[in-house]
Write a protein that binds this ligand. Structure first.
Ligand code: CDP
Length: 210
């Protein structure tokens, strides 16, 4: 079984994907980390994510081992840099190959990101589109990040989320949007456990209907 989970920043898709992976015994790829790793590699080489040559080179050389230092990839600022490199079609082409390789496992997999149900795995058995209001997402992300970033405020996190939402939904290539056949899950009023239960119910309903 392939499960595709898409949604905007801090919608809860990552936590949900982790829980579903354990529940269904599937391996999982957080595809946002791939774009974060590309951005990180550019910055580590003293490059500029606005420079097409620098980000394309980093995407071409992307290696799974770069995902190991997840805490580093989640530092404040890297999400914004990731959404800049992610708008480049040549970068997406390299990252697509990596994701397709991961999804080709006969045991199945869960992938979460922005374009999994629409571009990476359009034939996925299950597609979930996870949303929540920008304010609820900023609140969650702020609670997660506050211990890490000195000077981080709720307002700066909300601004970052809105900026990324705009860039991710309006870019020409693989914009963030629900696939026509995706099941929608709004987690604004749901905690992790409730969101997990709701997703399992949606998936069971879908499988029963096949
Ligand atoms: O964790 P959070 O939702 O904040 O971000 P992420 O999932 O790690 O993704 C970081 C950035 O990578 C996003 O803002 C997108 O621009 C980009 N991305 C993408 O374009 N396509 C994906 N499948 C996953 C992420």
């Amino acid at each position: 079984m392939i499960i595709a989970i898409d949604g905007p920043a801090a919608s809860g898709k990552g936590t949900l994907a982790r829980r579903l992976a354990a529940h269904y015994d599937l391996k999982r790829l957080d595809t946002g980390l791939l774009y974060r790793a590309v951005a990180r590699a550019v910055l580590d080489a003293d490059g500029d994510v606005e420079d097409p040559d620098a980000r394309r080179l980093a995407a071409r050389d992307l290696d799974g081992a770069q995902l190991d230092n997840e805490a580093d990839l989640r530092m404040p600022g890297i999400g914004e840099a990731a959404s800049i490199v992610a708008a480049d079609p040549a970068v997406r082409q390299h990252v697509l190959a990596f994701q397709r390789g991961f999804a080709a496992d006969p045991q199945g997999a869960i992938l979460d990101g922005r374009d999994i149900g629409t571009v990476v795995c359009p034939d996925a058995d299950v597609k979930l589109f996870v949303t929540a209001t920008a304010e609820a997402r900023a609140e969650r992300r702020f609670r997660e990040m506050a211990p890490l970033g000195a000077g981080l405020t709720y307002q700066s996190v909300l601004d970052d989320i809105r900026r990324r939402d705009t860039r991710d939904t309006s870019r020409a290539i693989a914009p963030l949007k629900a696939a026509d056949d995706a099941l929608l899950l709004d987690t604004t009023e749901l905690d992790i456990e409730a969101a997990f239960r709701a997703a399992v119910d949606l998936i069971s309903g879908l499988r029963a209907a096949i």
